[in-house]
Every structure is written in structure tokens, then in C-alpha cells.
Design a protein around this ligand. Structure first.
Ligand SMILES: *Cc1c(COP(=O)(O)O)cnc(C)c1O
Length: 393
């Protein structure tokens, strides 16, 4: 640890092995993983289909670079376009990089329209990654602190507020795009009104703005459809995907409609590792398994059960301010900062995270079954009760 930069407040625990929803620490203790490595291991740990795909690809070829054609990358591009309704993909290695590619496309789009300084409307309390451009796009002052001057070209608007966007449309003719999360993750699971995304789409159409959806966290089946926008009758112009895409192997993707994706020409953008044979093999296996099992349906069903069960159990709890969620993206907002609750979770062998200081966040793997959901419903309120007691001492 002495030689690691101090970027994370890590819990004093190391995991050695995982299977499905379970993780084992180095002392052999077994934990129910209701976080899935922050929405990454969507199929659970060591899914056999993904493991086999990785093993087989590793015996053949790991990497060649994008100076050559990569068969797995082309197949994955076809698969993602079939599944999303979009036309073109750029592959990279993380969520932030996928958003960076999206932002570069919005700049090309704006310039093509004759806008000298193209702006992107971004949301309050949003999160899009930790690179210089994505911290500027994100709406968290703490994430930006110390890294000024911030990357320019963003206009902030409140989330889930259509009149605010209309107001921007009336007063600013330099907008190229709107960037938003369909459900805000890092800021504590903020679910917008039912018709919000549809109205954003309509506003984008009316004003000639690109609609850029960051589904790095909400995508890959988590909210009950493969991508959250698919619950509505809309298509974004640009879509960013990462986290769960290869069940733990690093990969990111920026998808776009043909007219937008075609703005990138050789020399405009690139990535040495992006879309390499190994990562693409893992992503192909993950998508195949997700489609075979229709896991977004399980996410919807178990998510509803989990949300309902937690609401019932936590009803009247004086510390609980709100319980929100969509599918298996669930937040329990407490009335004060609650990071220390994580240790109580460890003691009860349940893994979750705390985000935005006060929100317990659950992002379990999409394979979770009714019995495991019931375990969370039984254990988590106990943990909150104990945490409440510890607060009064
Ligand atoms: C996690 C996340 C990112 C950043 O992804 P990294 O892989 O950590 O770079 C971007 N956008 C959203 C919505 C995220 O949840």
C-alpha cells in the first residue's frame, strides 16, 4: 500500500475468489456482493462463459493494435449496433474515455454546424469520469477542486428540469449537445420523471442538438432494459457504455448514429488498447450470456422486489430520508454522512457502497435470485439499525 497513490479510502479487506454473487476474503469469509465492483460484474464473478472466452482468446492472441483489422472488434461492433439501434462504435478502455470520445464528436458536430465555440449542456450532480474534460462535465465541485482551470465549453442545467433546458435553448445558440445520465448514479441514484428522456429528445430534435446519453452505469441491463433509453421510444445520437460491458475486463465504447460517427476520420481519435482481441472476446461472451438469459428482465423483477422489500422494512426509520431506484440500481439516502456504515456491512458480510456522502448504493449482479434479494432485505435494515446506535454513542 505504501507505494500506491492515495486515491481511494480502501476498506481493510482483500478478496481472493468469487463465484456468482459471492466473494471470499483472504481469511475465507464469504460475502454477498451487492455492489458488483461498481456495476461491473453484471453476470456475477467468474461466469464460466466469459472465463472460457478469455481463456480461449488468450491462447490465440491478446493484442495487435488498431493498425490492423480486428475480427472480434468488428463482431462486437455489429452486436452492439444490433442491440442499441445505433450505427457506429469507437472502442476504448473505460467509461471516462467513452465520454471523451463523445465530447470530441460534439465538438466536430458543432464546428460543422458553424458554431465557433460549441457548448455542451451538462447536468447538476452528474458524473462522467475523472479525466480533465469529464470532471468539468460532471457536476461535483469536490471532484473538480484543485484541478482548475477546468476544461471549457459546458453549460450546467438542473437534472430532470425541462423548463431549464428550454430556457437555455432560447438564450444560447452555441449549443451542440446535451450530455446526461438516464439515471444519475454517483450522485445517489436520481431517477428522473417518466417522460423526461422523451422530452429531452424532443428538445434536442427541435434545436438541432445531439442527445448524448452516458449509460456507463445504467446500461448493460441494470435498469430493466439493456439500456435505460430502450424503456422509452427514443434513440440517442451518442451513447457511452463501459462498466458492465465485459464483466470485469476493461473496455469502453462510444456509439453513435451514422451521421455523427462519420465525423471521425483517420487521425481524429484513437486508442492503442481500444477494442483489443481479448477485451472484445470478453464483451462478446458477456453480451451473449446476457441475451441468452435475458438478464435485464431479472434485473427488473429482482430490482422491484428489492426496492419494495427495503421500503417495507425501512418504513418509519428515522434515519432514512428516501429510497430510490430503477431495476438493480438502488439508493437509500440517510440523514447524514454514513461512510462508517461500510464497516458494519463488512461485519455482516454484505458488500455495498456509500456514494455522495449520505447514500447507500446497491448495484448487485443481474443474476441475483429471490433468496439472495431476501438476504439483502433482511440484513441491510439490521446494519442501518446498528449504525444508528453507533451514532448515538
Ligand atoms: C463510472 C462512470 C463513468 C466513468 O467510468 P470509468 O470507467 O471509471 O472511467 C462515467 N460515467 C458514468 C455515468 C459512470 O457511472
Amino acid at each position: 500500500m505504501d507505494h500506491l497513490m492515495n486515491t481511494y479510502r480502501r476498506l481493510p479487506i482483500t478478496f481472493e475468489r468469487g463465484e456468482g454473487v459471492w466473494l471470499w476474503d483472504t481469511d475465507g469469509n464469504k460475502y454477498l456482493d451487492a455492489l458488483a465492483g461498481i456495476a461491473v460484474t453484471v453476470l456475477g464473478h467468474t461466469n464460466p462463459v466469459v472465463t472460457t472466452a478469455i481463456q480461449q482468446q488468450a491462447t490465440k492472441l491478446l493484442h495487435t493494435s488498431n493498425l490492423y483489422q480486428i475480427k472480434n472488434q468488428m463482431t462486437l461492433g455489429d452486436t452492439l449496433c444490433r442491440l442499441t439501434g445505433l450505427d457506429q462504435v469507437f472502442f476504448c478502455n473505460s467509461g471516462a474515455e467513452a465520454v471523451e470520445a463523445a465530447l470530441k464528436l460534439t465538438r466536430l458536430y458543432g464546428h460543422k454546424k458553424g458554431i465557433e465555440f460549441p457548448q455542451v449542456v451538462v447536468m447538476q450532480n452528474s458524473f462522467h469520469g475523472r479525466t480533465l474534460a469529464t470532471i468539468a462535465a460532471g457536476g461535483n465541485k469536490k471532484v473538480q477542486a484543485g484541478f482548475e482551470p477546468l476544461f471549457p465549453g459546458f453549460i450546467r442545467s438542473p437534472f430532470n428540469d425541462i423548463p431549464a433546458l428550454e430556457n437555455i435553448a432560447e438564450n444560447n445558440n452555441m449549443i451542440a449537445a446535451v450530455l446526461l445520465e438516464p439515471v444519475q448514479g454517483e450522485s445517489g441514484i436520481q431517477v428522473p420523471d417518466e417522460d423526461y428522456l422523451t422530452q429531452v429528445r424532443a428538445l434536442c430534435d427541435k434545436n438541432g442538438w445531439l442527445m448524448v446519453l452516458d449509460e456507463v452505469q445504467s446500461g448493460m441491463g441494470r435498469t430493466g432494459t439493456l439500456f435505460a433509453y430502450q424503456a422509452k421510444n427514443i434513440l440517442p445520437d451518442i451513447l457511452t457504455v463501459a462498466k458492465g460491458l465485459a464483466n470485469g475486463v476493461p473496455i469502453g465504447a462510444c456509439l453513435a448514429k451514422e451521421n455523427v460517427g462519420a465525423l471521425f476520420q483517420p487521425g481524429n481519435h484513437g486508442s492503442t488498447f481500444g477494442g483489443n482481441p481479448l477485451a472484445c472476446a470478453a464483451a462478446l461472451a458477456t453480451l451473449k450470456e446476457m441475451e441468452t438469459l435475458k438478464l435485464w428482465e431479472n434485473a427488473k423483477e429482482q430490482g422491484n422486489n428489492l426496492l419494495k422489500g427495503l421500503k417495507e422494512k425501512l418504513k418509519g426509520n428515522p434515519n432514512v430520508v428516501a429510497i430510490r431506484g430503477k431495476g438493480l440500481m438502488i439508493g437509500i439516502e440517510l440523514d447524514r454522512a454514513c461512510r462508517d456504515i461500510l464497516n458494519l456491512g463488512l461485519a455482516k458480510r454484505l458488500l455495498f457502497s456509500v456514494t455522495n456522502e449520505t447514500v447507500i448504493r446497491l448495484l448487485p449482479p443481474l443474476i441475483i435470485n429471490s433468496e439472495q434479494v431476501q438476504m439483502i432485505i433482511d440484513i441491510l435494515p439490521e446494519i442501518i439499525k446498528e449504525w444508528h446506535k453507533s451514532q448515538q454513542q
